[in-house]
Design a protein around this ligand. Sequence first.
Ligand code: C5J
Length: 235
Amino acid sequence: MGEVTGHEFHFDAEPYPLKFSPAETALVVIDMQRDFLEAGGFGEMLGNDVSLLRGAIKPTKAVLDAARECGLLVIHTREGHAPDLSDAPASKLARGNLETGIGDEGPMGRILIQGQPGHDIVPELAPAAGEPVIDKPGKGAFYSTELGKLLETNKIRTLVVCGVTTEVCVHTTVREANDRGYECLVLADCVGSYFPEFQRVALEMIKAQGGIFGWVGDSASAISALRAATSVAAQ
Ligand code: C5J
């Protein structure tokens, strides 16, 4: 496949189309982990309806396939901590006054601990060989990780963002990215929240005021833009 430098493509998005160059674009899939998305995991244990998050799996898989086909850098993140919890602030461990919380034995192993079954990415969206997986102790994917360096090394300017949850780790990461100069496109059907009202408002907030910290699109229009880029590259 040829390189698509010199061509500019655009994603249909709100508040206006977002120009991108595939060589400078990465797909970032945030925290699609079993503990958040699967029945019997930590999220459900806390009383959440995981079906509200699971709806994002299928469109995200379709975007993942199109991004891989187009040769985009694909990055996955996971929220979690070292087994000794040395990277977990006391405030995070105490938050919620939970009887069973981070680091405790939960329904899918120790909750949000690296290497435990619940910390894994759901099998439908498993990283392909060579795709970077960023382990992050916070809500934002830049805090205390190598993500910034990875994007700089690969000369990335645009991030296409999928993942969970919309108002927490997706928002925090997009805000961090925006302040670092990245253009972020959040795909509405590829992100999910346990709270339908938060999902709606979180997406509104991103694109308000002329795209105050990003753009909002959907999987169908992102896939069509990626396919256009892929077909130019194949010529
Ligand atoms: C994420 C959370 N990934 N809601 N975590 O959003 O605690």
